[in-house]
Design a protein around this ligand. Structure first.
Ligand code: AMP
Length: 433
């Protein structure tokens, strides 16, 4: 039994400890670098927004707004919500700063935590991290294809294998309204067999029934009408050009007319990238996105066609091949006796100022224990401060890989460590060849 007096993290919200961080940093750095190459600049918006922002943009009938938002009234009686996604905030900021009046096209990226009170499972959390892009002012379809191609390249560069890219078009608002009615007419005679959730959705949001995980719902939906058959000429031409551009870019995809997503603001292009490998279970949607041509206007701005996508960092990490997270410590400073601790502190400062990663263990442990710790931390060299050596103005430098040890003068330690690290690099290169 765990100690009931111990305060634990909120259910579905996770700590990430330093050992796990190198993998996170690798994904974040790859995302930032890719976004930069494609012309996106970072935007940071508050984690908390006025509740109506999400109700108006994501849609009242969606699961997110109707069931999953963390909403509270603050001490000033304002109704606030922890952001469940990034697009609504980005659009709010875009309008608040009148960015549309300053440049015709804006390309933004963001990275940060989102909050949804979903049922926690592997790959599904109540606080999760998203990295996303928004492009305002370009009606596509080339920018749509570029965004899909960019995400696929990013995931491939990270080593995420076995991807499937699904694309669809939801057409314009009118098309969607006509499709909603067609779907209702098709599904109504089957209502008695639908799952309880789908029965409700038949009234509130019939498109989401296509998304149902229930086998009976899926069987019923198999012969449902396709939204692609209802597109008008302009929507059809947009979608055809999107698929042609993806083909020209060499990005493999599958057209999935039943792809719908949990947010109401989408129009025309919709896409999702699913993963199969790694430790991903049922939560295999790595990222999703689409066009939201009406949203900027809906939130009180001009008509600005836009597209965005977001990927869940936890899911990307589950899909990544398992590699040992390599610790990197250039030098460990070890003392023969505690009276040398001040000298060790000065040595550590000297090494770190020179740009080396260095650690010391100045808790008064035995030499043997300090050396064991150096081993554990993966130190490539050990700088040993001893009484006799200090009297001669030298330290012992030990190369942990070849177990070679030599005396080095204090002011030559940095250069000697660098030489050892360079030697190691050269022999790695040799081994790789
Ligand atoms: P969405 O904002 O719903 O379009 O989701 C975009 C991506 O965010 C998904 O493909 C997932 O990778 C991720 N995601 C959404 N909800 C969660 C969640 N509850 N836990 C973890 N990741 C999530």
């Amino acid at each position: 039994m765990s100690d009931p007096s111990l305060i634990r993290a909120v259910k579905g919200m996770n700590d990430v400890l330093p050992d796990a961080m190198p993998r996170w940093h690798r994904v974040e750095a790859a995302f930032r670098e890719t976004a930069r190459r494609y012309g996106y600049g970072e935007v940071r918006t508050p984690l908390v927004e006025p509740t109506p922002l999400f109700v108006r943009s994501i849609g009242e009938a969606t699961d997110i707004v109707s069931k999953e938002m963390y909403t509270f009234v603050d001490k000033g009686d304002d109704m606030l919500t922890l952001r469940p996604e990034g697009t609504a905030s980005a659009v709010r900021a875009y309008l608040e700063h009148a960015v549309h009046g300053q440049e015709p096209v804006s390309k933004w990226y963001y990275l940060g935590p989102m909050f949804r009170r979903e049922r926690p499972a592997r790959g599904r959390y109540r606080q999760f991290w998203q990295a996303g892009l928004e492009c305002f002012g370009d009606s596509g379809p080339q920018i749509d294809a570029e965004m899909i191609e960019m995400v696929v390249s990013l995931l491939a560069s990270l080593g995420v294998q076995d991807l499937e890219v699904l694309v669809n078009s939801l057409g314009s608002r009118d098309t969607r309204a006509r499709y909603r009615e067609a779907l209702r007419s098709y599904l109504s005679p089957h209502e008695a067999r639908l799952s309880e959730e789908s029965k409700q959705r038949l009234v509130t949001n019939p498109l989401r029934i296509l998304d149902s995980k229930s086998p009976v719902d899926q069987e019923i939906c198999a012969s449902a009408p396709s939204i692609l058959d209802m597109l008008d000429d302009a929507d059809r031409a947009h979608f055809d050009e999107l698929t042609a551009t993806l083909g020209a870019l060499g990005t493999k995809f599958r057209v999935e007319p039943k792809l719908v997503r949990g947010l109401d603001y989408y129009s025309r292009t919709l896409f999702e990238i699913q993963g199969k490998g790694g430790e991903l279970g049922a939560q295999n949607a790595l990222c999703g996105g689409g066009r939201y041509d009406g949203l900027v206007k809906e939130l009180g701005g001009p008509d600005v066609p836009s597209i965005g996508f977001a990927m869940g960092l936890e899911r990307i990490l589950l899909a990544l091949p398992n590699e040992a997270s390599a610790r990197s410590l250039d030098a460990m400073v070890v003392v023969a006796e505690p009276s040398l601790n001040v000298k060790a502190a000065v040595m550590l400062k000297q090494l770190r100022s020179a740009g080396l990663t260095a650690e010391g263990d100045l808790r008064g442990q035995s030499m043997k224990s300090q050396l064991r710790r150096a081993e554990k931390l993966g130190a490539r060299t050990v700088v040993i401060l001893g009484g006799a050596e200090e009297a001669r103005g030298v330290v012992q430098l030990k190369d942990m890989r070849v177990r070679h040890q030599q005396d080095v003068a204090h002011d030559a330690v940095v250069a000697a460590i660098r030489a050892r690290l360079a030697l190691e690099g050269a022999s790695h290169d040799g081994a790789a060849r």
